[in-house]
Design a protein around this ligand. Sequence first.
Ligand code: ADP
Ligand code: MG
Length: 549
Amino acid sequence: MSTGKIGVTSNDLFPIIKKFLYSDHDIFLREIVSNAVDATQKLKTLSSTGEFKGELGDLTVRVNVDKEAKTITISDKGIGMTQEEIEKYINQIAFSGAEEFLDKYKDQANAIIGHFGLGFYSSFMVSDKVDIVTLSHKEGAKAVKWSCEGNPEYTLEEVEKAERGTDIVMHISEEEKDFLEESRLQELLNKYCKFLPIEIAFGKKKEWKDGKEEQTDEDNVINDTNPAWTKKPADLKEEDYGDFYRQLYPMGEDPLFHIHLNVDYPFNLTGILYFPKIKNSVEIQKNKIQLYCNQVFVTDSVEGIVPEFLTLLHGVIDSPDIPLNVSRSYLQSDGNVKKISNHITKKVADSLMDIFKKDRTEFESKWDDLRMFVEYGMLTEEKFFDRAKKFFLIKNTEGKYFTLEEYEAIIKENQTDKDNNIINLYATDMDAQFSYVEAAKAKGYDVLLMDSQLDNHIINHLEQKETNKKYVRVDSDVVDKLIQKDEVKESKLSEEEKTDLIPVFNSQLPTEGVNYMVTFESLGEEAQPLMITQAEFMRRMKDMAAMNA
Ligand code: ADP
Ligand code: MG
């Protein structure tokens, strides 16, 4: 047996690893399992180049937990390590073997997960002691065991091991003993390893027999090695996308439609994004997108990584250019991540444009569900606004949909004010504003229905972007200037009735709405008894304040 010191400069490294390397202790499992997957992929590569001539055999990676011994063991049948390799790759922290391997086998290498050379040591976040028992694939190699108790000293000795590959044995510490619970491990494997490209077995499948749970001989494989997003769009049917959605969100309502991302230049990116149905902000669930790096789960908290409005989408993004990194702030400032995010924004806008162009009826039928998402994007991303204004639809009170351009064409003739501004009349509540809408229509004006939650903001935004257009609510006093005064119908109420009614209505109007007015004129074919109007300006101020509250 030999002993040695791990090749790092400071003795303080282990406490740092334990506390700060990953804020989330969970990820030790991801790191160790993905190393096992890497080692297996490397062997497959060597086999395909002819450098490894042996039988590949069963390459399943196995996760086993021994509650009595308090260990979790991850076993692979990958390339294994010789003693020299352990000294090089394990004892020199931050010297990543993956980088070196990738350099050498740039073209053939199957996707290799590791990048940073710190992954293995994350096992010490949860372990008092870690053993590596490994037999290299190289001919005549001797099996070795490396053992370390979370301090810079380690031992290395020759051992017996029949099968090629590596066992990582983690002796779980008292504080972290939760990880020894099967259900906890199952949950973590589901989270991090569900789509890894090599089969991962967690113990054996269980079966209910005569009211008892019994173990079978069959491996309990926890992952889908070939998830939909890794396939070519041409090889997938519509229902495959639906199936994959349910694989991701078993409880979710079916999405509106999907976008299959497939980019290989200037960066690599695959994924499938889904538009969920969003009816109102109460239902909004953010952070449903899962970010993967070569099929290894990185995070499902994509805020700051993709633009805010895209966090409303569901699905998967996978890019080897998204580093499996140690901190979120790094991810957020990473240049590749920025580019990826811009690309996705563009792609989402393009896909919506495609559907809009290809099948307007289909697009309109989904618009009410899509609208909030598109509005959110238009309000928060300049670039998205520029693309989306071509397919952004406004609906009139008759239920007809128009693009901004189409609408302008139909109202241009008769809905302008004296300065030639185009006046878009709109209602926000068909019940409350019914008589005003009727009156405007009777005059040949068209009235939009702007009743979605973000419409107030969208109206302000559109007015800023298109300065020759004004949006005026159908019951506001400005309408008087558009609709000629001489068409106004006098109320049939007597002067006495009017005098009596004013205080009754005034007492019911909200006090902060000082700009409400009770009048006895109306605009429709039929004279109405009375009308209440409010200044457009005051109303918007109030609505905005309420929204920001
Ligand atoms: P990375 O995966 O980023 O290279 P790690 O700290 O996770 O960094 O692992 C360091 C190195 O140790 C790997 O690059 C690899 O050479 C070696 N290694 C780790 N686990 C295994 C394993 N199961 N089989 C073979 N080699 C391994
Ligand atoms: Mg690694």
